[in-house]
Design a protein around this ligand. Structure first.
Ligand SMILES: [Zn+2]
Length: 140
């Protein structure tokens, strides 16, 4: 997998290196245009937005099932998008957690998650959101 925009020595770079061994996954340009995407077939299931920031498309049902187990960790960030969770990648343990959850994302994809309407990742959500300035803010 190519690591466009991701430092090879970073945890995100480590993820891309380890995923070379996973069948059926392919690095791709993410639709949010931020970092590197990983797709299973035509379904983008992982976005590496930065060297230390990933978003994983778990889908709402899987997030609801796993929320009690994951809510206690500071590494998983909920609420960025309904179908995606954020994962901070500071250590190898974070990368290991991401790869474990990636298996869940792949299963969600296999069960037809790819054909359901899902919310986009947070980078795409915020990119497409209209900018609202506070009243009285002057534009330069
Ligand atoms: Zn994204």
């Amino acid at each position: 997998m190519r690591a466009s925009g991701i430092a090879l020595g970073s945890q995100a770079g480590r993820v891309l290196t380890l995923l070379r061994e996973w069948p059926g996954l392919e690095a791709t340009a993410p639709y949010c245009t931020c970092g590197v995407g990983v797709a299973a077939g035509t379904c983008q299931i992982l976005h590496l937005h930065a060297d230390d920031d990933a978003e994983l498309r778990l889908t709402r049902p899987a997030i609801c099932r796993m929320y009690p187990a994951l809510a206690g960790t500071e590494r998983v960030v909920f609420g960025r998008s309904e179908d995606w969770v954020g994962i901070r990648l500071d250590t190898e343990h974070d990368t290991d957690l991401l790869l474990t959850l990636l298996s869940v994302a792949i299963k969600a994809c296999d069960r037809g998650g790819c054909h359901q309407a899902v919310t986009p990742c947070s980078a795409a959500l915020y990119r497409d959101a209209p900018v609202r300035l506070p009243a009285g803010t002057a534009l330069a």
